[in-house]
Design a protein around this ligand. Sequence first.
Ligand code: ADP
Ligand code: MG
Length: 245
Amino acid sequence: GKIEFRNVSFTYDDTNINALKNVSFTIKKGDTVAILGKTGSGKSTILDLIARLYDVTDGEILVDDVPIKKLNLKNLRESIGAVPQDAFLFSDTIKENIKFGKENAAEEEVIKVAKNAVVHENIMGFSKQYETVLGERGITLSGGQKQRVSIARALLKDPEIYLFDDCLSAVDTETEEEILNNLEKASSNRTTLIVSHRVSSAKNADKVLVLEDGKILQEGTHDELNSSEGYYKELYFNQLSDKEN
Ligand code: ADP
Ligand code: MG
């Protein structure tokens, strides 16, 4: 679960966009790291490189001190629970959607992760509950419900590493906090990367990385970054005043 970036640069072949420029950081096993920054700053690219959807152009990524290229790709992917912003759900029951990735899961396990993802109450509100069919033949969930079902799916897999790519964007701040608290209790020993637009996701993280134009602009805890002038403090101030208005 330990993750290390050593002078990582990455250029997308097709567009020639240099998405990451000499990025270095270390995440201890079990730590939670929040990644913030404007659209296009390279947040998703960091997560995609950890899941090895692409290989670095320069530098090296190590997981548990082993270069990622030396790890068995299947094992690596199995140890990762990735939740994208646009959750992909099948035209199947809610239960089967959550169980995707762990087909043999017991009913109680499915309910437990749905509770931790704060979507159980919503599911129980449907007449067919966990047997409710989604998609073309069934009902359409709201964006926030989709995201929470997709989080439940990742929780059921119980991976060593969680990669949450802005997957709480359609969830209100209060529910977001509840999910993050549950996650902390249920998976405190799991390494977690949370890409977010909200400072609220970062407040309880062990470390915050602020990206700008493919580079690390700021790195530290919420308290550290909030006590010096910069992007993070400004963002915090703005989101705080949004909340009050
Ligand atoms: P963020 O997640 O912070 O919004 P991304 O990591 O998605 O940023 O993108 C970083 C840069 O790489 C952007 O300039 C984006 O346009 C570019 N980019 C992202 N994905 C691709 C891709 N699949 N192919 C080519 N360029 C990409
Ligand atoms: Mg992104």
